[in-house]
Every structure is written in structure tokens, then in C-alpha cells.
Design a protein around this ligand. Structure first.
Ligand code: GAR
Length: 211
């Protein structure tokens, strides 16, 4: 059984997709042990409580310096003894010590087709604003392992989504979530939980393919 810790900051629709897919049996062999938020008001915490999952808030604002926050976060994750850390709309930069300790055990969902519209400053709605500004016709979402860089880790799954010419950032964000994020994140977790994901030379190989 894969023990999962989910890190969130906001609405938690990706968290909800994971909970729902565990409940329907689309994600097998997995259990969410804890949901951790940096934001005490994140609606994601309500979703977790409703599903009977332990919740914890660890905010950088409650610590006098970043290293103390990092230490508290790592200690909490260690306490739950998780096998996989899922960043589901988590807007906090992960401590390098955590990334080293949980090498290829942290995954993130990014709302674009990496390497487009990613890196520093590309998060949430901004990503879709930039995609619309650039006039791309296709965007999408990416699930990737987290390494020391920003959105630079090995790519696990990607899914393309059409951009329409009358899209607003909000409309595009919603389509990317519905058509891509809420599908590939649960799928990636199921693949990992069933031992089908291997990383070699910064590339991901999935046994049996992705279909
Ligand atoms: C999602 O669109 C996710 O891809 C994005 O934040 C949103 C969170 O929504 N993440 C990033 O931009 C990370 N760089 P949610 O809280 O409803 O899951």
C-alpha cells in the first residue's frame, strides 16, 4: 500500500480528484495519510477533513526563518512515514533537503506542457494568462517528479488541451483541469503505486505504456 502525503495551498480540486479516484478504485493500492497546507484557509483542508483524512497546516509565516519552516515541514512528512509526496496545487518552494531525502518520491502537477510556460513565476492562473498572451493553440498539463529546479524534474505524464480563441484565463484553467490535470495526476499515482514507473537518466519509463 502506497502511503501518500498531499501538499496543497488552495482550492484542492486535484486533491479531490485523487480522493475520488481512490474511492472509485481507479487508483489502487494507495492511501492518503495526510494533507498538509501552508495556507490555513485553503479549501483543500475542508475537502480532506470531509474525506476523513488527517490535516495539518504548516505556514512559513509562523516561523522566524525559512530553515525552521523547512525543518517543521520535513519532520511532519517524516512523522507520517509516506512513500510518495504529491504536490497538488502547492505553491511553496520545496526545501532542498526534502527533495534530496525523497528523491523521485515527490510529484507535482503543472498546468502546462513542460517545457512551455513553466519555471519561476509560472503558477496557477498566470500560466494560462501567458499561454493566451502567446497565442498557443494547444496547452495542457504535466505530472513530473520534483528535482532541485523549478519544473525541471523527469516528466511522468502529459496531456494536451485545445485553446479556443475566446478563452479567458479562467475558462482555459478550468478546461485544463477537467481534461488533463484531474486525469493524469490520479493516473500517475496509480502507476507509481503499482510499481510501473522507473526513472533512468532523468527520463521516465512506464512499463506497459500509458494507455
Ligand atoms: C492547478 O491548476 C495546478 O496545476 C496549479 O495550481 C492549481 C491548483 O488547483 N499548480 C501550479 O501552478 C504549480 N506550479 P487546485 O488547488 O484546485 O488543485
Amino acid at each position: 500500500m502506497l502511503k501518500i502525503g498531499v501538499l496543497v495551498s488552495g482550492g484542492g480540486t486535484n486533491l479531490q480528484a485523487i480522493i475520488d479516484n481512490i474511492n472509485t478504485g481507479n487508483i489502487t493500492n494507495s492511501k492518503i495519510e495526510v494533507v498538509i497546507s501552508n495556507n490555513p484557509n485553503a479549501f483543500a483542508l475542508e475537502r480532506a477533513k470531509k474525506a476523513g483524512i488527517d490535516t495539518v497546516c504548516i505556514s512559513p509565516k509562523d516561523y522566524s526563518d525559512r530553515s525552521l519552516f523547512n525543518k517543521a515541514l520535513i519532520e511532519k512528512i517524516d512523522e507520517y512515514n509516506v512513500d510518495l509526496i504529491v504536490l497538488a496545487g502547492c505553491m511553496v518552494v520545496m526545501p532542498p533537503e526534502l527533495i534530496q531525502k525523497y528523491n523521485n518520491k515527490i510529484i507535482n502537477i503543472h498546468p502546462a506542457l513542460i517545457p512551455s510556460f513553466c519555471g519561476k513565476g509560472f503558477y496557477g492562473l498566470h500560466v494560462h494568462e501567458e499561454a493566451l498572451k502567446r497565442g498557443v493553440k494547444i496547452t495542457g498539463a504535466t505530472v513530473h517528479f520534483v528535482d532541485e529546479g523549478t519544473d525541471t524534474g523527469p516528466i511522468i505524464l502529459q496531456k494536451a488541451v485545445e485553446v479556443r480563441q475566446d478563452d479567458t484565463p479562467e475558462i482555459l484553467q478550468r478546461r485544463v483541469m477537467e481534461e488533463a490535470e484531474w486525469k493524469i495526476m490520479p493516473k500517475a499515482i496509480d502507476l507509481i503505486a503499482n510499481g510501473k514507473v522507473k526513472v533512468e537518466d532523468r527520463k521516465v519509463y512506464i512499463s506497459g505504456g500509458t494507455k
